[in-house]
Write a protein that binds this ligand. Structure first.
Ligand SMILES: Nc1ncnc2c1ncn2[C@@H]1O[C@H](COP(=O)(O)OP(=O)(O)OP(=O)(O)O)[C@@H](O)[C@H]1O
Ligand SMILES: [Mg+2]
Length: 225
């Protein structure tokens, strides 16, 4: 077994709902090995996206600890977290969040331009290779509006990979797609996990997608089982 890339211990998170506090996560423990793929399933409102946001450093737990690649997230300040996130974590959401006025290639390079004023030739080359890998090599100058839903989501997957992150977090990546496109995007995530060796955590309501992963865990009553 590979070393643990993600380690969460006793992670709790509550939100205010009107005048009372609701504990959404209640002592979540999770270890994910480097290069492993994990599906998190569970009912709507059970806290899956909340957990993914914490793992992605987009929010902080009330209690508990999250360590990613040996770095304790609670010991980093806002700027450090932003840098860490940009270098190490790729996100894929249910909605692709592509920028409508940028071409496919430009959209893919957006995470690169968060840290540099210009994309190097090497990164442009990598973007083109990945586009080819997902079967979209002849779409690089298209605007997202001219792509199908499945094609847009494949672009979003490529964008999540451009900085060669150690960890990909995907929140219902196939939730907005028809069956065929969902199958393609699911297969792609799975193949890229094996080929590129990044760790993959996918939140999904799709049993088909969940069963593609190495391991499936279920969120119930604020904990993972
Ligand atoms: N920022 C927030 N403020 C207040 N309540 C929140 C916030 N984020 C999430 N919640 C609440 O926490 C609970 C869990 O939400 P979460 O989005 O994590 O569920 P989920 O398991 O991802 O559900 P779904 O499958 O529908 O996406 C819900 O009751 C939600 O209303
Ligand atoms: Mg959710």
């Amino acid at each position: 077994m590979n070393y643990a890339l993600v380690q969460a211990r006793g992670v709790s998170k509550s939100f205010w709902a009107g005048d009372h506090k609701v504990r959404v996560l209640d002592g979540v423990d999770l270890t994910v090995a480097a290069q492993e793929s994990l599906a998190i399933v569970g009912p709507s409102g059970s806290g899956k996206s909340t957990l993914l946001n914490l793992l992605g450093t987009l929010d902080q737990p009330d209690h508990g600890n999250i360590v990613i690649d040996g770095k304790n997230l609670s010991l980093m300040d806002g700027d450090e977290l932003a840098r860490f996130r940009n270098r190490n974590i790729g996100f894929v959401f249910q909605s692709h969040h592509l920028l409508p006025h940028l071409t496919v290639l430009e959209n893919i390079l957006v995470p690169v331009l968060a840290q540099a004023s210009q994309a190097s030739d090497e990164l442009v080359h990598r973007a083109r290779q990945l586009l080819q890998r997902v079967g979209l090599e002849n779409r690089e100058q298209h605007l997202p509006g001219r792509l199908s839903g499945g094609e847009r989501q494949r672009v979003a997957v490529v964008r999540s990979l451009i900085n060669q992150p150690r960890l990909i977090l995907a929140d219902e990546p196939t939730g907005a797609l028809d069956r065929v496109s969902a199958g393609e995007v699911g297969r792609l995530l799975c193949e890229l996990n094996r080929e590129q060796g990044m760790t993959l955590i996918v939140v999904t309501h799709s049993e088909e997608l969940a069963l593609r992963m190495d391991r499936v865990m279920s969120m119930e009553n604020g904990t993972l089982i």
